[in-house]
Design a protein around this ligand. Structure first.
Ligand SMILES: Cc1cc2nc3c(=O)[nH]c(=O)nc-3n(C[C@H](O)[C@H](O)[C@H](O)COP(=O)(O)OP(=O)(O)OC[C@H]3O[C@@H](n4cnc5c(N)ncnc54)[C@H](O)[C@@H]3O)c2cc1C
Length: 438
C-alpha cells in the first residue's frame, strides 16, 4: 500500500491522541499503532497527573521536579510544563475525563518526592480514564484514521527532511506512507528489558531508526527503575505498585520485618536503598504493607491494585506483598525543542520517546502524562504555524529506499534492539567521562 496523507502519527498513547485532537479538522491524519489501539503504557498509568493547583505552589512544584531530576532538567521545559498544566487539565475535563472529587472539589494526592499534594487521579486507573476518553474523541473525528497492527520500521527521508513512514502490517507486507509531517509518539523502551512495567512491544523502535537516520538523541542512558513492582517469578510485564500507595501510608520492611528506608524518597534513591537491602537480606524482594490504610480505604482508593494482588494470591488488606524494582520509564529520547520539533525537518516527537530534558536525570512521579500532553499540544500549534505541504508524489526512487532492508524483519528487529543497547552503553561511557572531567 502506498499512500499520501497530510500527517502520520506513530503511536496511539496519550501523546499521539492528544496531538491529533489539537490539529484542525481540515488535516487528514493517519495514526498507526504496533498492536491494538489500547495497548499503550498510557492506559497503565495508575497514580495520576500533576497540576499547578495555584500560584503559591509554583516554586515548590518547580523545585520538586528539579530536585528529583538531580538539577539536570531544562528549566524552560519545566516552566512550560508547569505553567500549561491547568489548561491541559481543563482540556481533559472538557473531553469528559473525570478526576476524583471531595465535597464537589478536585481531590489531590501525593507521591514520592512531592512536597505537597498536587496530583489529580481517578481511582488507581488514571491513565485508562484519560486515554480511553481521548481515544473516544479521536474515533469521533472524521479526519483521523487509525491502523492497528501497523509497525513503523523506518522513516522515508532524504537530506534531513522527513517525507513519511515505512511500516509493516501483520502479514509482513511493507507499506509506504508519504506525508507532509510525521509525529513520533511511540512511547518508551521497556520491552528491551527482561523486567519492566511497560508493554513488551514498546522496544524504542524510533530510537533505532533515529540512530540509522542520524536524528539527534539526548540522554539516552537515562532510564528510570521503579522501586516497587509486585515480585513474581512468572515471565512478562511487571505489575506496578503505584507510588501513591506509599504516598498514602504504605510502608516497606526488610526480611526481619523492620522498616529500613524513607518510603517517599525520589525513585532512584529508593530503588538504590531497596536493592542494597535485598542484597543484605539475600532476597529478590522486600515487603510492602498497605494494612495501615484500612481495608475499605484500600478497596476504594486502589481497587485495581487490590484486585490484581488478590489474583496473584495476596490480600493487601491483610497481608504483606513482596515488591522489587523494575525498569519503568525513559527520561532520554529523541532530542526535541520546546515545540517538540526534532533535528530533522518535518519530523516531531512527543511523549516518552522524546526528550526536552524536562525530567532531568530522574522523573518526578506523575509528571509524565502531563509532559506528554503539554508538549503534544505545543507540537500541534507549532506545526500549524509553519505548515508546508512538501510530499506530493509517491516516487520510491526519489527517496532511495532500499526494500532489501525489510526482507528479514526478525533480523531487523534484532539489529534495532542491539543498536539501541549499544548506544545506551556508549552514552554511559561518555557520561562517566564528562562527570570525571567536571
Ligand atoms: C505501569 C505504569 C504506570 C504509570 N503511571 C503513571 C502515572 O501515574 N502518572 C504519569 O504521569 N505517568 C505514569 N506512567 C508513565 C506514562 O504512562 C507514560 O510515560 C506515558 O503514558 C507515555 O505516553 P506515550 O503516548 O508517549 O506512549 P505510550 O502510551 O506508551 O504509547 C506508545 C504507542 O506507540 C506505539 N508504538 C510503539 N512502537 C511503534 C512502532 N514501531 N510502530 C507503530 N506504533 C508503535 C504503541 O503501540 C503505542 O500505541 C506509567 C507507566 C507505566 C508503565
Amino acid at each position: 500500500m502506498n499512500k499520501k496523507i497530510d500527517i502520520i502519527v506513530v503511536g496511539t498513547g496519550a501523546s499521539g491522541l492528544f496531538y491529533a485532537l489539537n490539529m484542525p479538522e481540515e488535516k487528514q491524519i493517519l495514526m498507526i499503532t504496533k498492536t491494538s489501539v489500547d495497548a499503550s503504557d498510557s492506559y497503565l498509568a495508575q497514580g495520576g497527573i500533576c497540576v499547578l493547583k495555584n500560584e503559591d505552589d509554583y516554586d515548590s512544584f518547580f523545585e520538586d521536579t528539579l530536585k528529583a531530576g538531580h538539577y539536570e532538567n531544562d528549566k524552560a521545559s519545566v516552566d512550560v510544563m508547569i505553567r500549561n498544566s491547568p489548561e491541559i487539565i481543563g482540556d481533559l475535563m472538557s473531553f469528559g475525563v473525570e478526576f476524583e472529587k471531595k465535597n464537589g472539589k478536585l481531590a489531590y494526592t501525593k507521591e514520592g518526592a512531592h512536597s505537597k499534594a498536587r496530583i489529580l487521579y481517578h481511582e488507581d486507573l488514571t491513565g485508562k480514564e484519560i486515554t480511553s476518553k481521548l481515544l473516544a474523541q479521536v474515533k469521533a473525528k472524521k479526519n483521523i484514521a487509525i491502523l492497528e497492527e501497523m509497525t513503523m520500521v523506518d522513516l522515508i527521508c532524504e537530506a534531513n527532511v522527513c517525507y513519511g513512514v515505512v511500516a509493516c502490517d501483520k502479514k509482513g507486507c511493507i507499506n509506504l506512507f508519504e506525508a507532509d509531517y510525521v509525529v513520533l509518539a511511540s512511547g518508551g523502551l521497556g520491552g528491551l528489558f527482561d523486567s519492566s512495567t511497560n508493554f513488551s512491544h514498546l522496544t524504542g523502535d524510533a530510537l533505532a531508526i533515529a540512530l540509522k537516520r542520524k536524528i539527534a538523541l539526548e540522554n539516552i542512558s537515562y532510564i528510570q527503575i521503579h522501586p516497587t513492582t509486585l515480585y513474581s517469578q512468572k515471565p512478562g510485564r511487571r505489575f506496578l505498585i503505584s507510588e501513591s500507595v506509599r504516598g498514602e501510608g504504605a510502608v516497606l520492611y526488610n526480611r526481619k520485618m523492620e522498616r529500613f528506608v524513607d518510603e517517599l524518597l525520589p525513585r532512584d534513591l529508593l530503588t538504590r536503598a531497596i536493592r542494597e537491602q535485598m542484597e543484605k537480606d539475600a532476597s529478590d524482594f522486600v515487603w510492602l504493607s498497605m494494612k495501615a490504610m484500612g481495608s475499605e480505604n484500600i478497596k476504594n482508593r486502589f481497587p485495581n491494585i487490590y484486585r490484581h494482588c488478590l489474583e496473584e494470591g495476596y490480600d493487601v488488606t491483610k497481608e504483606f506483598i513482596p515488591v522489587t524494582p523494575a525498569q519503568h520509564y525513559f527520561m532520554g529520547g529523541i532530542k526535541v525543542n520546546l515545540d517538540s520539533k526534532t533535528s530533522m525537518d518535518h519530523l516531531y516527537a512527543v511523549g516518552e520517546i522524546s526528550c526536552n530534558r524536562v525530567h532531568g536525570a530522574n522523573r518526578l512521579a506523575s509528571n509524565s502524562l502531563l509532559e506528554s500532553l503539554v508538549f503534544a499540544k505545543r507540537a500541534a500549534t507549532d506545526m500549524m504555524k509553519r505548515y508546508e505541504t512538501i510530499a506530493k508524489n509517491i516516487e520510491q526512487e526519489k527517496y532511495s529506499i532500499d526494500m532489501d532492508d525489510f526482507k528479514d524483519l526478525e533480523k531487523l528487529k534484532t539489529d534495532y534492539k542491539e543498536s539501541i543497547l549499544a548506544e545506551i552503553e556508549r552514552s554511559k561511557v561518555v557520561e562517566l567521562f564528562n562527570h570525571a572531567k567536571a
